[in-house]
Design a protein around this ligand. Structure first.
Ligand code: G1P
Length: 299
């Protein structure tokens, strides 16, 4: 594998948030799935905080219809802030004001047709230009000491190439992922030689499934432009990665941290319970409830 120090700093991230979220109906009938909370924060805020922790300052949201709540969430809330200030609720005011840290900008662009993840990323091409960028899927909540994207940025800075996040997936579940094949190059690191979107279990090239974190060189756009419909008839980001790796080095990184699939009901519930247990306000009470009341009911 080759390393390089001659590359631009990562400043921009794309958040594809145009999906319908039909798996969560009726909750998502009128509000975006990315606004569903884990304890007290919407999923999209976890993803934005992860990007900020990795040094990203320009957030680009690829949105769709019925997604206005996301832009409102990252906007200044004058009336709310005024009320909190007037009633002396300083801590709550800080929470409301801290949703977008200083120096961070948010841009919104609409994906007018739901043609797939590859198409969503391509929609933001003109806002990226000729520099590397990250893609974060808010459905995948990753919790750990050092954020997954920050770990990936370190790899990107060292190797100068695109990086996709992977984790081991067991059994039939592998068919729900982009799956990589590659040669292991060191601790948690693989040089990609192939990637396929949602293969049948028998065709999966490995048990390493792609998790929703990517860092791309801008060359990915030429492959996104050349895409033909892939799995499920959609323009797949995975297919563009397959073309990219034939042109330049792409690495896969098995991050440290726990990933919750918040695109599924069970995953969202698990995230709520596990992050709830760590929450300074409710953690102890939740632990007591689970141990003393719920556990007994389950016996
Ligand atoms: C998308 C990607 C897939 C990736 C997954 C991770 O699929 O297409 O390659 O493994 O995200 O969450 P989706 O879950 O949107 O169907």
């Amino acid at each position: 594998m080759t390393s390089s120090t001659n590359h631009k700093i990562l400043r921009k991230a794309i958040f594809p948030v145009a999906g319908l979220g039909s798996r969560f109906l009726p909750a998502t009938k009128a509000s975006p799935k990315e606004m569903m909370p884990v304890v007290d924060k919407p999923l999209i805020q976890y993803a934005v905080e992860e990007a900020v922790s990795a040094g990203i300052t320009e957030m680009i949201f690829v949105t769709g219809r019925a997604k206005r709540a996301i832009a409102d969430h990252f906007d200044k809330a004058y009336e709310l802030e005024h009320q909190l200030e007037k009633s002396g609720k300083k801590e709550l005011l800080e929470i409301a004001q801290g949703v977008v840290p200083k120096g961070v900008s948010c841009t919104y662009i609409r994906q007018t047709e739901a043609l797939g993840l590859g198409h969503a990323v391509l929609t933001a091409a003109h806002l990226i230009g000729d520099e590397p960028f990250a893609v974060l899927l808010a459905d995948d909540l990753i919790h750990g000491e050092i954020s997954a994207l920050k770990q990936m940025v370190e790899q990107h800075n060292f190797y100068g190439s695109s990086v996709v996040a992977v984790q081991q997936v067991s059994g039939a579940a592998i068919s729900a992922y982009g799956v990589i094949s590659g040669v292991q190059q060191g601790d948690r690191l693989y040089l990609l030689d192939g990637i396929v979107e949602k293969p049948k279990v028998k065709d999966a090239p490995s048990d390493l499934g792609v998790t929703g974190r990517y860092i791309f060189s801008p060359q990915i756009f030429e492959h996104l432009r050349a895409l033909k419909p892939g799995a499920g008839g959609e323009y797949q980001l995975t297919d563009a990665i397959q073309m990219l790796l034939m042109q330049e080095q792409v690495i896969a990184y098995e991050f440290h941290g726990t990933r919750y699939d918040c695109g599924s009901k069970l995953g969202l519930l698990r995230a709520n319970i596990e992050l709830g247990l760590e929450h300074p306000e409710i953690g102890n009470e939740l632990r007591g409830f689970l141990k003393n009341e719920l556990f007994q009911k389950l016996q």
